[in-house]
Design a protein around this ligand. Structure first.
Ligand code: 5GP
Ligand code: ZN
Length: 138
C-alpha cells in the first residue's frame, strides 16, 4: 500500500467507495466524477503504476474484470456501447497514479463527444520511421 494513494486508501477501506466487484486481486467501484452515469473504475489491489510496470498475469486479470463490467453495464444499464480508457502519466491526463481502467457505458443519446482531432503525418516516411522505431523496441 502507498500511504499517499487515494486508490490504495479505497482498497484498504480508509475512504468510502461504492464497489461493484471485488476479489483477491482486483476491485471495481463507481467513479466519483462519471463522464457518463455508471462509469466504473477497475483497479488492482496492489499499488502498481504505470501499465508498463504491471506483471502480465495482473493485466490479464484486470482485463477479464473489465470485460465482465462492460458486459454487466450492457445488460443492466442497457448501454448501447462501452468505452474502455486507461491513462499513464500526467502527459496522458492521468490524475491518480495507481493503475486503473475506466469502463464507461455509452448511450446513443448521451451527447458526449471526445475531443479527438485526427492529425496527419508530414509524409508516409515519417509514419514508417515511427513504426520501425516501435518495432525495434518490442
Ligand atoms: P485518471 O484521470 O487518473 O485516469 O482518472 C482518475 C479518476 O478517478 C477520475 O475519473 C476521478 O473522477 C476518479 N476519482 C478521483 N478520486 C476519487 C475518489 O476518491 N473516489 C472515486 N470513486 N473516484 C475518484
Ligand atoms: Zn495506490
Amino acid at each position: 500500500m502507498n500511504a499517499n494513494c487515494i486508490f490504495c486508501k479505497i482498497v484498504a477501506g480508509q475512504i468510502p467507495s461504492t464497489k461493484v466487484y471485488e476479489d483477491d486481486e482486483v476491485v471495481a467501484f463507481m467513479d466519483i466524477g462519471p463522464i457518463i452515469k455508471g462509469h466504473t473504475l477497475v483497479i488492482p489491489k496492489e499499488h502498481v503504476d504505470p501499465i508498463t510496470e504491471a506483471p502480465l498475469p495482473l493485466i490479464n486479470k484486470l482485463m477479464a474484470v473489465v470485460q465482465q463490467i462492460a458486459r454487466a453495464q450492457k445488460a443492466s444499464l442497457r448501454a448501447d456501447g462501452i468505452n474502455v480508457l486507461q491513462a499513464n502519466g500526467v502527459a496522458a491526463g492521468q490524475q491518480v497514479p495507481h493503475l486503473h481502467f475506466h469502463v464507461i457505458p455509452r448511450f446513443n443519446t448521451d451527447g458526449h463527444h471526445w475531443n479527438w482531432a485526427a492529425k496527419k503525418y508530414d509524409n508516409p516516411e515519417e509514419m514508417r520511421r515511427l513504426a520501425e522505431s516501435i518495432k525495434a523496441a518490442l
